[in-house]
Write a protein that binds this ligand. Sequence first.
Ligand SMILES: O=C(O)CCC(=O)C(=O)O
Ligand SMILES: [Fe+2]
Length: 171
Amino acid sequence: MAMDLGDNFFDDITKRADPQLRMLHYPAIKKKIVEQEGHARIIPHTDFGLCTLLFQDSVGGLEVDPFHTGDFKPALPVPGTVLINIADLMQRLTNDQCRSTMHRVVSPRVSGDVLPLRYSMLFFIHSDPEAMIDPIIKEKGEVKKYEPVNAGEWRTYNTRKNYTSLPAAAA
Ligand SMILES: O=C(O)CCC(=O)C(=O)O
Ligand SMILES: [Fe+2]
């Protein structure tokens, strides 16, 4: 919308979209384990599709760093809402007009020695595997910051990076 792409722009690259639903259960754990240097419930990362719908329970711990400065702010749970994270392919497609959201799940501010279990549900929006994601240029003189990528190859490449034990053909 901010880029004035027209109402049907995303229909064309998501007709054969293959989204992924992920249901996460973080078991209860001693706070001091999660709070060790370099530890977290999930370490800082960006998602690699177009965008992600994130539903979380009331436990908290999710933090976002939208400007990639290392300044993480709590994304406190708000009942009945869904949080939408911009992901890497959207950043490429918009030539950085939209930045993918860096996020992590750390220890929420709760009393006691043990963090309660946490549930979250993620719906990762991916484009059609055959779609070419080529940065859209809006400003005169603007330079493309990324090479075009094939969405399917991008997904396979990133999935394989995240699951290093996958056999080559399975990603
Ligand atoms: O559990 C959460 O809230 C975040 C999970 C997440 O970022 C992911 O699975 O990519
Ligand atoms: Fe994520």
